[in-house]
Design a protein around this ligand. Structure first.
Ligand code: PLP
Length: 653
């Protein structure tokens, strides 16, 4: 097995020795899958709705059945049961922490709408969370409207964050009269004046909160969410003057909540603990200043373990859900008890931790490409010296690799091959080599690379002087998706999502490759993968079989991706399916949200498809007049365009 290299070589051995365990080890699915995802005896990815559940469905079979209903990849499958399990797990952890620490109040979370604003998703979150009066957090006027319309439970909280103008404040204030529980969180100093004015105009008072700018250090990508220069929140002097102003306006009795948010995907529990201590102390001081405080809102930031290493790497967390809940509850309790202050209701705005796992993005591979190393033997003409040198290097490598491998000699020969290739480029630029000779030289260089890759073991080929060989020989797999639409964070902030074929796990993935998407943008690539906590640029993949699907899943994509996805190159929304898994391991398709047609995408940009067709039709008339196009051809062209406008922007078979 060791000698059998994961390159794009044709396999020389049978697959008999390859087991599911080998696949599990290759893709680390037992670590990041968090019991929701595993590999079944047929070598397909299996999805389980709850932790340790016997209920399971075969993801590959599901996708094939969806295809038979004309619901083609790329598609997002949302598993309602996983979403429910995540909401249950969050609440169970807080309930357990409250019991353990004898905390004398409750946990009452909210879901940040910005994380996934889709109606079907929010309705499910509200349904699954209703037993705990789970609420919503909104960050804009549009999100506020969604919150007011969807959240019918009068005990659920509606946390109003973000920039607030007069209209935002007035709607949130009046909504209290509907029996709802909106809390306007003061995030900017100038909002105080607008709130006071709204109260005078409306003769109604809102519930108020205040967001503190913490000084504790954060870490990771969103570390600028804390500190003096953070975008949101009030500094300590600003909090003091706000309290004074609210007292003067007789509004201090409505000040109930302290909020902070130190960024998303916080990997290190130490960072969370520091922030909690500082915020708890501010809470205590606000009580002492006379505000009738009731809630402490610890914001988002609860991370998830994308790579399964349980470390403080940016794609993991060095704490569990239970550790997080314990620290939140214990820290707030300690500060309050030391100061004889009643325990507040604890709110968290955990988005990523709730919604990530339930969404799987599936795409099909359209084809692959790799460098050419087919050496043509028909070169009868005298060879140039550079090519003679390359032939000699290849021959020496062939002899050497047959013997016991001497790594330093192989490295020396590889360096020679690279130098000859560079010489060949210089000679070509100066006109001493023709195109055919240059092609021959390149093929010889790649043959040297293959000779080395095929004969060295994993440790040897990863030697720093040889590592580029694997990269060079890797294949590009063409993915039927747009990363800008479906996983924009992989482009924007190098977010890495677990990526794995959803079938063929009884076969060794011999090839190494990465993915290029459909957009004509060189950035449209997926070339960072998680490997036991390390990041690698190539993934082990199978060789696609002719006329058969090769289906890849990108997991844990439920948070932020749909909200941030854009229409780069006019690739539209993909199909989205909501699935319930039944007790007997069958499933029910709950909702199907059909992909955008080209006409729908064009309409978003103010193009009317009828006018587009008409303008092309006018062109065809002139072409017919000038005898460049027959009437039959013109009709065919217009028919094709009209059909195409009704169809998906993604590639079909
Ligand atoms: N609350 C606020 C104010 C946020 O800005 C965010 C996102 O960054 C969240 C909650 C959700 O954070 P997360 O997805 O890390 O839970």
């Amino acid at each position: 097995l060791l000698r059998h290299k994961l390159t794009n070589f044709e396999p020389k051995k049978s697959n008999k020795y390859w087991t599911i365990e080998n696949s599990i080890a290759t893709y680390n699915i037992d670590k990041w899958g968090d019991k929701y995802f595993s590999i079944n005896s047929e070598g397909n990815i299996s999805v389980s709705p709850e932790k340790n559940s016997a209920k399971k469905i075969d993801l590959c079979k599901l996708v094939k059945e969806l295809k038979s209903r004309e619901i083609n990849p790329p598609l997002i499958i949302r598993f309602n049961d996983i979403l429910k399990d995540r909401i249950n797990a969050l609440h169970d952890s807080f309930l357990k922490a409250i019991k353990t620490y004898k905390y004398k109040n409750i946990y009452q979370g909210v879901f940040p709408v910005k994380c996934n604003q889709q109606k079907n998703v929010l309705e499910k979150i509200i349904e699954f969370g209703s037993q705990w009066n789970f609420g919503l957090e909104v960050g804009s006027k549009s999100e506020l409207l969604i919150g007011l319309a969807l959240l019918q439970n009068q005990n659920s909280l509606l946390i109003c964050n973000g920039y607030k103008d007069k209209k935002y404040i007035e709607v949130a204030t009046l909504a209290r009269k509907l029996g709802k529980k909106p809390i306007i969180v003061i995030e900017q100093r100038d909002e105080v004046k607008r709130i006071i004015k709204a109260v005078q105009n409306l003769k109604a008072t809102p519930l108020l909160g205040i967001r503190a700018k913490l000084s504790s250090k954060s870490s990771g990508r969103w570390s600028k969410s804390v500190g003096d220069n953070s975008k949101f929140g009030l500094s300590i002097p600003e909090i003091m003057s706000t309290i004074k102003e609210l007292k003067e306006a007789n509004l201090i009795n409505e000040m109930k909540l302290l909020h902070f948010h130190i960024g998303s995907q916080i990997s290190d529990i130490a960072v969370i603990k520091d922030a909690l201590q500082e915020a708890s102390q501010i809470y205590v001081e606000l009580c002492k200043l006379g505000a009738p405080m009731q809630y402490i809102d610890v914001g988002g930031g609860l991370g998830i373990d994308f790579d399964g290493t349980k470390t403080s790497s940016s794609t993991s967390t060095n704490y569990s859900l239970q550790n997080y809940a314990n620290d939140v509850i214990a820290t707030i309790k300690d500060s309050c008890e030391l100061n004889n202050i009643e325990h507040p209701t604890v709110i968290s705005e955990s988005g990523r931790a709730i919604i990530s796992h339930c969404s799987v993005l599936i795409f099909n591979v359209l084809g692959t490409s790799q460098i050419s190393s087919q050496i043509k033997t028909s070169h009868t003409k005298p060879q140039s010296l550079i090519i003679e040198n390359l032939i000699e290097t290849l021959n020496q490598l062939k002899i050497l690799t047959k013997k016991k491998v001497n790594l330093s000699e192989i490295i020396e020969l590889w360096n020679d091959a690279k130098k000859f290739k560079e010489d060949c480029l210089v000679a070509f630029r100066l006109g001493f080599l023709n195109l055919e000779e240059r092609a021959h030289a390149e093929e010889l260089t790649w043959s040297c690379a293959k000779e080395i890759a095929y004969n060295l073991n994993n440790d040897e080929i990863t030697h720093p002087d040889l590592y580029e060989i694997t990269e060079t020989l890797a294949s590009t797999y063409y993915a039927n998706l747009s990363i800008f639409k479906s996983i924009p964070d992989s482009w924007a902030i190098n977010q890495i999502f677990p990526t794995i074929p959803i079938h063929r796990h009884l076969e060794e993935p011999f090839c190494k490759g990465n993915f290029a998407d459909l957009t004509c943008d060189s950035d449209g690539k997926i070339n960072s993968f998680i490997d036991n906590g390390k990041i690698k640029s190539l993934l082990n993949l199978h060789k696609p079989e002719p006329n058969k699907d090769y289906l890849i899943g990108i997991f844990m994509t439920g948070a932020y991706q749909e909200a941030l996805g854009n229409f780069h190159n006019l690739f539209g929304n993909t199909n989205v399916i909501h699935i319930d898994i039944n007790q007997d391991n069958s499933y029910k398709v709950k909702n199907i949200i059909k992909e955008d047609s080209k006409a729908e995408i064009l309409q978003l940009l103010d193009y009317d498809s009828d006018s587009l067709v008409e303008s092309i039709r006018i062109n065809t008339e002139s072409a017919i007049d000038q005898k460049q196009l027959t009437i039959e051809e013109a009709r065919k062209l217009i028919d094709q365009i009209e059909i195409s406008l009704r169809n998906s922007s993604y590639l079909s078979e």
